[in-house]
Write a protein that binds this ligand. Structure first.
Ligand code: TXA
Ligand code: MG
Length: 318
């Protein structure tokens, strides 16, 4: 059921149920982070492998202390600039956080969403919320309540509707080595913005066979139809034997393909708008039963880097 009753969502969460919640990045599938029962239900609903840890969500930085044993100065500095907002900090976990949340890791991922409904909900609860994106494992993250309903509606008691997500990409995940900052997942806060605060950072978000953050898994965020990337999509479209072609482009539709099968991310060339439209666009095309989606990379800067990361993972989907 979709609704906007924060009190009802809170009461379900207090009973160890899972509830989909809006955040400014993407919708989350939330449960009491301190309850192994609730957390295991999240894994079950998402069909998520138990080795892939969950982010915990709290209302403000003042509430972080019980959940971590140490906060580097650079983490405080980043928190001051970007929290609440689309940033996640990896910090040493305290014993209060069950191992199932962190998949056995000694680090816990902590995020403070800025969405007003998420804030209101978290302030009503006496526990943090563990919440991965509210999609089946490996699929595209949801940016509306309806996206959640389409795939998980029959498995969860309630979807809190907070409207379309304003950022549309998951949070940027950063960790710390001493005071050095490492970006593990590019997301809603651009790497350049982080560097503007702490100086140069290392970006380590490329996939590996043993990922530190499984959001780093190469094949992820994938539609069910194959997607390929190219510089010259017009030439690719001409060469392709596939008749049911779709396209995702930055500013302009491709000639020769029906516009009903194309998603233009931002005609005005605005990266934030492109980010907001990306996942909904991928879902929209995925419904059309296409044979192949052609996609164009954005300029490799600012949010464009995070958008390109998601497009590359979608392309690696098969
Ligand atoms: O914007 C977001 O971050 C959204 C909203 C709902 O908050 N959440 C989200 O969660 O994207 P999820 O589970 O789809 O992606 C979280 C990523 C995963 O790749 C996971 O592996 C990584 O964070 N992660 C979580 N805890 C971790 C930990 N302790 N160590 C390393 N990576 C961790
Ligand atoms: Mg996810």
């Amino acid at each position: 059921m979709i609704g906007n009753d924060i009190q009802y969502a809170a009461s379900l969460l207090e009973q160890e149920e899972v509830v989909a919640i809006p955040t400014e990045t993407v919708y989350g599938l939330a449960g009491n982070a301190l309850s192994p029962n609730a957390v295991s239900r999240i894994f079950e609903v998402k069909n998520r492998p138990s080795f892939d840890p969950l982010i915990i969500h709290i209302a403000d930085f003042d509430r972080i202390k019980p959940f971590t044993t140490f906060i580097p100065d650079t983490a405080r500095l980043l928190a001051k600039h970007f929290m609440p907002g689309p940033l996640t900090l990896l910090l040493p976990k305290s014993d209060l956080i069950p191992d199932i949340v962190t998949a056995g890791s000694t680090q816990v991922a902590v995020r403070i969403p800025s969405h007003v409904m998420a804030q209101a909900l978290l302030r009503r609860l006496v526990f943090p919320l563990a919440a991965p994106s509210a999609n089946p494992f490996g699929y595209i993250s949801p940016t509306t309540a309806q996206h959640v309903e389409d795939q998980l509606g029959d498995k969860i008691p309630y979807i809190l509707d907070g409207g379309p997500c304003k950022i549309g990409l998951e949070s940027t995940i950063v960790g710390f080595e001493e005071e050095k900052v490492v970006v593990y997942r590019k997301g809603g806060i651009a790497v350049e913005e982080i560097e503007g605060v702490v100086g140069e950072v290392e970006v380590r978000s490329h996939s590996s066979s043993n990922p530190q953050a499984p959001g780093m898994l190469k094949s992820h965020y994938a539609p069910s139809c194959p997607l390929i990337l190219g510089d010259d999509l017009i030439a690719l479209a001409k060469q392709s034997p596939e008749k049911r072609l779709g396209a995702i482009t930055f500013r302009q539709p491709l000639p020769g393909i029906s516009e009903s099968r194309q998603v233009v991310l931002s005609p005005g060339g605005d990266m934030a708008e492109a980010a907001r439209n990306l996942f909904a666009g991928m879902r929209q095309l995925d419904k059309l039963n296409l044979g192949l989606i052609l996609a164009e990379l954005l300029p490799e800067k600012g949010l464009g880097r995070a958008i390109n990361d998601r497009l590359r993972r979608a392309a690696a989907g098969r």
